[in-house]
Design a protein around this ligand. Structure first.
Ligand code: AMP
Ligand code: MG
Length: 537
């Protein structure tokens, strides 16, 4: 950050907000918070409901600087704003109206039931970012819920969105985490054991929070003018390179959404991220990871794994299903915007763009993870395809496997002595459990891989360096997030702060934080909050 931008940084309470969503789209201005259907509108104007004792728990330093903001003190006017107790004159807070398919079924109107956007800030590079509070009180879309969020889910959203950003995964960001000083009652596992928990509010940031579901609800209620207006708004502000909206531009726009969604999914699959609730209302129109709920990170590489207990029956949103589900969701979006194009068939090629982009992006990410440059695409494809079943059959930690391979692979090029023993040791270090037949399959794959690696012209040292930049050492392991939460609930923020710090440079060795890169300890295997989560948040 240059000195110039630092001197320009100002306190949040002095920042001036723009309000393009409110100014350009159709809003209901009654300020009535009673839950209800809101046909005819894109959003409802709302005001946050004040909380008792707001206190800043975490602040994302780089994002703050980028938005031209100074870090606020623990309490004071900026934190009052981040808690919804104070609304700046330039803000026009709103809750967006959207619908969605939940677990494959059309759920009708959902909308921002506890999120509200405050307005937009201009970053130091001139780009425009919407700031949204999550947990700031009821809106017309709260249905039977309270509009609040608990500390545990807020910590999870705050930590993970920033961790994903630093891994290079397209995502919404998180600026602040504020404790409200109020209690929120939740039945964490929907088992009749409701209890009060500390409340919190995350301020999250994205160019826009528009989802697939914002379009779906407008088709469902037959609001064609509103549908077009929303598409034009998103295109003009977020996809200006496509040109002035027209039927042809809507087609290219859908194709670009498909492309971006494919890139996002390819990244999820490459780091072992499981979103957990890929309902169409949780799909960003920008191809960003959005709405961090019962998500999780793969420990053993397991295509069937999901942490979301609500999904244990069908495993619709399990790790291996994510690519297919995103395509299904894109088809629903295509339906929703089809009245904007002359012939709905024109939208079909975009779905192929999704499939091809996903394949191509996954392939190039895997090549990078394995330290390979493209030589013989067919052969490389076969090598990569053989890895997945071999990993899936045994219980191998995905993150550790690739990270250690970045060391072991290139080192064996330099010094091939005891290859067999070194490979076995490598597998033992990454495995939770591994039957002899599974080990044999992996050994076979590793030898085939080493042969291929020897065909690379780069030096082993250069290969190793490139692999270390493609395979993170640190991810937000499920049990670490849970430990940070349990400590924070007793007032100890040290692990939260440490994770924030370490996850900023997930590809660096950071030997002093080695234990945060360790295998999941055995006690965390089935632990609620680590291995299993629900939508209760
Ligand atoms: P989610 O499963 O978090 O994506 O939320 C689905 C829908 O439920 C969205 O419309 C949310 O705004 C709404 N929602 C979730 N939790 C709450 C809450 N505590 N209060 C009000 N609305 C909520
Ligand atoms: Mg949601």
């Amino acid at each position: 950050m240059s000195i110039q931008t630092e001197t320009q940084a100002k306190p949040l309470e002095e920042a001036v907000f723009q309000n393009s969503f409110v100014d350009e789209l159709k809003g209901e201005a009654s300020m009535n918070k009673n839950p209800r259907q809101v046909p005819g509108y894109h959003f409802s104007r709302v005001t946050p409901t004040a909380v008792n004792a707001p206190k800043l728990l975490a602040w994302s330093e780089e994002l703050g600087q980028y938005l031209g903001l100074v870090r606020p003190p623990e309490q004071g006017p900026a934190v009052e704003m981040l808690a919804g107790n104070r609304v700046a004159e330039s803000m026009k807070p709103f809750a967006a109206r959207y619908g969605g398919h939940q677990f494959g079924n059309w759920a009708g109107q959902l909308g921002d039931g506890r999120a509200m956007s405050l307005g937009e800030l201009t970053a130091v590079d001139g780009s425009v970012w919407e700031v949204q509070l999550k947990g700031a009180g009821p809106t017309p879309y709260s249905r039977r819920a309270d509009g609040r969020a608990v500390l545990r889910s807020s910590i999870r959203e705050f930590l993970c969105s920033e961790a994903m950003y630093h891994l290079g995964v397209p995502t919404t960001r998180a600026l602040s985490l504020v404790a409200t000083g109020d209690q929120v009652v939740r039945d964490m596992f929907y088992d009749g054991n409701a209890r009060p928990e500390p409340g919190a509010i995350v301020a999250r940031v994205a160019p826009t929070f528009v989802r697939f579901g914002n379009f779906q609800i407008l088709l469902a209620t037959g609001e064609m003018d509103n549908l077009r207006a929303l598409a034009d708004y998103v295109i003009r502000h977020q996809y200006p390179e496509l040109g002035e909206p027209s039927p042809a531009v809507y087609v290219r726009w859908f194709e670009e959404i498909c492309r971006r969604t494919a890139v996002m999914i390819a990244h999820w699959q490459s780091v072992g991220f499981v979103h957990g609730v890929m309902n169409t209302d949780n799909m960003s129109i920008l191809g960003l990871t959005i709405d961090y709920g019962p998500y999780g990170w793969l420990e053993p590489y397991d295509l069937d794994w999901t942490p979301n207990t609500t999904d244990f029956g069908g495993r619709r949103y399990a790790f291996g299903q994510q690519p297919r589900v995103a395509l299904w969701n894109l088809m629903q979006l295509g339906q929703a915007i089809s009245p904007l194009v002359e012939d709905v068939q024109l939208l079909n090629p975009a779905l192929d763009v999704y499939i091809k982009t996903l394949e191509g992006t996954r392939h190039s990410i895997m090549l990078a993870k394995l330290g390979l440059t493209s030589q013989n695409p067919e052969e490389d494809k076969a090598l990569i395809e053989a890895l997945e079943p071999a990993l899936a059959e045994s219980e191998i930690d995905m993150t550790i496997f690739f990270r250690r391979l970045s060391h072991t692979g290139p080192e064996l090029l330099t010094n091939p002595n005891n290859e067999e023993a070194k490979l076995r040791e490598f597998l033992q270090l990454a495995a939770y459990s591994m039957a002899p037949a599974e080990e044999a399959e992996l050994m076979q794959w590793l030898k085939r891989y080493l042969q291929r690696l020897r065909q690379e012209s780069a030096s082993p040292k250069a290969i190793k360096e490139s692999m270390l930049r493609a395979n993170p050492k640190y991810v937000l392991r499920n049990y670490l997030a849970q430990q940070a939460i349990e400590a924070a609930e007793t007032g100890d923020l040290s692990l939260l702060n440490r994770l924030m710090q370490v996850l900023k440079t997930p590809f660096d060795e950071q030997p002093e934080h080695e234990e945060l890169a360790a295998k999941r300890p055995d006690w965390a295997r089935e632990k609620p909050g680590s291995a299993t989560l629900s939508c209760s948040s």
